[in-house]
Design a protein around this ligand. Sequence first.
Ligand SMILES: Cc1cc2nc3c(=O)[nH]c(=O)nc-3n(C[C@H](O)[C@H](O)[C@H](O)COP(=O)(O)OP(=O)(O)OC[C@H]3O[C@@H](n4cnc5c(N)ncnc54)[C@H](O)[C@@H]3O)c2cc1C
Length: 463
Amino acid sequence: MPKVKVIGAGLAGSEAAYQLAKRGVDVELYEMRPGKMTPAHSTGAFAELVCSNSLKSLDGASAAGTLKFELLALDSLLIGEAIRASVPAGKALAVDREAFSKGVTDAIASLPNVTVVEEELEEIPDGPAIIATGPLTSDALAGSIRRELGSDFLSFYDAAAPIVAAGSIDRSRTFAQSRYDKGEGADYLNAPFDKDSYERFVDELVAAERVVARDFERKELFSACQPVEEIARTGMDALRYGPLKPVGLTDPSTGRRPWAAVQLRAENAECTAYNLVGFQTNLRFAEQERVFRMIPGLEDAEFERFGVMHRNTFIDSPRALGSTFEIPAKPSIRFAGQITGTEGYCEAIASGLMAALATYAQLEGKELPALPRETFSGSLMAYATSPETERYQPMHVNCGLMPQLECRIKSKRERYAAYSLRAREAIAAYRGRLIELGLMESPAEIAIPEALALYIGGGEPNA
Ligand SMILES: Cc1cc2nc3c(=O)[nH]c(=O)nc-3n(C[C@H](O)[C@H](O)[C@H](O)COP(=O)(O)OP(=O)(O)OC[C@H]3O[C@@H](n4cnc5c(N)ncnc54)[C@H](O)[C@@H]3O)c2cc1C
């Protein structure tokens, strides 16, 4: 069996290297740190967490909590190490970051068939390979990726507007209409402001607390894209003549053009989620919730994703890559982690794990079954690789990506619990299928550490 090169020993690369090695594959793991650092990393350890020490919720009735269940079901090294290194944080999985990275580094170093190469890879290697070099991929390798995929398919920053759940929008305060009635009306909802509510909104937006961008991010980002609060700061009417312009819209409740209007655009064909058009923002998440709920119709909005603006190298995966993040013309070379546009620590771990499974199946000459759409990881992968995904921006797991439930459940908590239950059943069945195909060797039971069973459910998928 040929050696697999894994580039980058971050979250995705470390998980991928482990998954391949434990299946008997020889791995060369390239990591440029500590010889060459990224602007955000500060150690040479594998799986360094560059910012928060939280891997988010463990709550079994949440997307983030269920993703951890799915990863444990597929025997993730990194989730296991995170649990070992965890520190008390209520329902969240927060870790002692040094203990976590050390646990991952030691586990990989102990694998006899992993050779660690401390070197920057400047060119896409020959396959089989997994490129998991993250949001701060070195310039030389980014150049090689751009040459291979085409310059339109690689972005260097992420300026995303918030997304809200469709069911949480008050339809009595919004109206469906495309500007000048062009196109499908249902694709856009409009939230109309009168003069007073608009001015109160602008005042709060300008005064709201922002995230301080890191030095290396500031110049590049703000020259590329103005956050909504920065536009507002230039004058009371700036938004009315910019992203909140009301031209071409008629509010059916007044028969007139509104003073200003926020447009909400459907995120997917099922219209289960809408994004706030032109609302790239650098506000703190809690401030986004507070201020954007002043928009008519969004008073009770549930945010599927908050707006973010940061440095982030990522591929337009839906257009440039295949269904397992492979380069279509070179299918033994695939990408994993944040560079594919899956956002967040656990999402990077999930995509590293899936890239390893796809590579292993390919080496064995077997067909890897697709992850079920009913799982959170499967929904994220489908979103990130479906050619139907438009205006691709990095995304973390959330219920808005999931196929709709068979029945409508009004209570948010119960709805999320239903998504979670369905996902746990689907991942248990998927795991069984991998074992049957000889792609996974594991005991029949999903091992959920006792301390976590309370939160993310026991061994039984429907427990
Ligand atoms: C400033 C910043 C803050 C963030 N904060 C959070 C947060 O709080 N929570 C969260 O969930 N996510 C956060 N993220 C996103 C975070 O980066 C990802 O969730 C996660 O680290 C992605 O994992 P990864 O494996 O794809 O990349 P990384 O963990 O970054 O790993 C990539 C690895 O590749 C190496 N590498 C790069 N180029 C080369 C090369 N040419 N040759 C060899 N090695 C190379 C790097 O040194 C690195 O070790 C943040 C990102 C940034 C940039």
